[in-house]
Design a protein around this ligand. Structure first.
Ligand code: GDP
Length: 463
């Protein structure tokens, strides 16, 4: 891929719409657009002011140099560095027909642009320093957001909340590193403005900040990535009914024939700010039926991976052997476990004492839609840090960012030990550099091409 060669793509979704927007970016963007677009005011785009919308005709040019008018529309020039990509960019709006849009794109390509790859505009913005890596990830998350809370969180990330917090800590580490290096370079002189003790204290202070930031991932993960959730219980306790209540529509088929939920259904539900990725399973009981057995095997797998288990029981009936088997199976299970005592519209006979090792026991009626809010509150309470503001605070929103902070914390702890144990300053510095590299990875100061490629490949063409 050549840097700054000129790329073009349709930036609005494929399909019929009122308008479509095409984006051209690179050194030749204005020249390319000028070959296709003729402003009614007779000025070329090269002579047109930045950020000014001009109306004109859009032309295609064939191999013989014959120009055909395809459409009329608006062009806006954004000159480097004041554009999304940081390069010269022209946005052309035309009518949103499928063919019109394709022909305008073809005209731009014939005029010298090449088709943009998935995420290439954003990648260029990143390379030009317009966006940090975590901001680019937030942009991707914003486009994908399925819940309001996820939208608010990604918007804050895009505004640089996380970047700024990580940048501050990075800066603090840089100050320590330069003082320590000065001590290595001029050991005899009394130039060192920072003693080993002070450096150690500062490293520990930075470590505390890194850990606090990493801790926000519990909430960020719950909001942005979603909690892997399994609803389990013996047949007919009301798993499908609960699933539908949480998802908010009839996604699972509710029947009173035991064992009809054969496959695992995955749905997203928002519970306040928390996103649940719900797996409704066939239950955990053995079965003679081959199809159902597959379902049961998958259910076990899902249960092993679940971060939240909603174990459903029929509160109007005593525990059966199957219920007890489920309780045994769950005894060793990590993560958050909640017992749902369903059917409380009928007389309750189950005793909450049976569920002592569950983080919550909620009595409700899925059928009558009573008591669901108590369950929602329990879930929010278990996964969200209530003191955190999704719109104002720096929040770690994905596993990659979290891993950078964990690696940074590990290296900082080792730096602090090296300093307090009186190890050679060279060793202390190399540990500190390792911490800085890990933290830098969060925001793309130091990050491999593979990771950058992976992040931007998730965007669509035109973004
Ligand atoms: P699953 O097999 O565990 O998925 O259970 P379903 O959701 O399919 O429900 C089994 C039966 O229990 C259906 O007849 C539901 O109408 C009934 N049911 C579900 N929830 C409740 C409830 O809260 N109260 C009562 N009385 N019946 C319920």
């Amino acid at each position: 891929m050549k840097l700054n060669d000129t790329i073009a793509a349709v930036s609005t979704p494929r399909g019929k719409g009122g308008i479509a927007v095409l984006r051209v970016s690179g050194d030749e963007a204005v020249a390319v657009a000028d070959r296709v677009f003729a402003a009614k005011n007779k000025k070329s785009l090269a002579e047109t002011e930045s950020s000014r919308a001009v109306y004109g005709d859009i032309y295609a040019c064939d191999a013989h140099g014959t120009r055909t008018r395809i459409d009329d529309g608006i062009a806006v020039v954004f000159r480097a560095p004041h554009s999304f990509t940081g390069e010269d960019t022209v946005e052309v709006s035309c009518h949103g027909g499928l063919l019109v849009t394709e022909e305008v794109l073809a005209a731009l390509l014939a005029a010298g642009a090449r088709p943009a790859e998935a995420g290439e505009f954003t990648r260029r913005a990143f390379l030009a320093g317009k966006l940090s890596l975590s901001e680019a990830e937030s942009l991707g998350a914003l486009l994908e957001a399925k819940t309001h809370a996820a939208l608010v969180l990604s918007r804050a990330g895009l505004d640089g909340r996380l970047s700024a917090a990580a940048g501050d800590i990075y800066h603090a580490l840089l100050t320590i590193a330069s003082a320590l290096y000065a001590a290595i370079d001029y050991p005899e002189e009394d130039l060192t403005e920072m003693s080993r003790e002070e450096a150690g204290e500062r490293v520990l202070a930075a470590l505390a900040r890194v850990r606090a930031l990493a801790d926000t991932y519990r909430s960020g993960h719950a909001v942005a990535e979603g909690i892997r959730t399994v609803i389990c219980g013996r047949p007919n306790v009301g798993k499908s009914s609960l699933f539908n209540r949480l998802v908010g529509r009839d996604a699972a088929i509710v029947t009173d024939v035991a064992g009809t939920t054969r496959d695992i259904l995955t749905e997203t539900a928002s519970v306040g700010a928390v996103t649940l990725r719900l797996l409704d399973t066939a239950g955990l009981r053995a079965s003679e039926d081959a199809v159902e057995r597959i379902g049961v095997a998958r259910a076990k797998e899902a249960l092993a991976e679940a971060e939240l288990v909603l174990a459903v029981f029929d509160g109007s009936a005593p525990l059966t052997d199957e219920d007890k088997e489920l309780l045994d199976a769950l005894a060793a299970k990590g993560g958050v476990k909640m017992a749902v005592l369903n059917k409380n519209d009928e007389k309750t006979v189950l005793d909450a004492k049976n569920f002592a090792d569950f983080s919550a026991v909620v009595s409700l009626s899925a059928k009558e839609n009573v008591g669901l809010d108590a369950l929602r509150d329990a879930i929010e309470g278990a996964f969200l840090d209530g003191s955190l503001s999704l719109s104002e605070d720096a929040v770690v929103a994905n596993a990659r960012q979290y891993a950078s902070l964990v690696a940074c914390a590990e290296a900082l702890a080792s730096t602090a030990t090296a300093l307090s144990d009186g190890l050679l300053m060279d060793i202390c510095c190399s540990e500190l550099e390792r911490a800085m590299a890990a933290l830098g990875g969060l925001d793309g100061r130091e990050v491999s091409e593979d990771i950058v490629g992976e992040i931007f490949s998730k965007f669509c063409v035109g973004k």
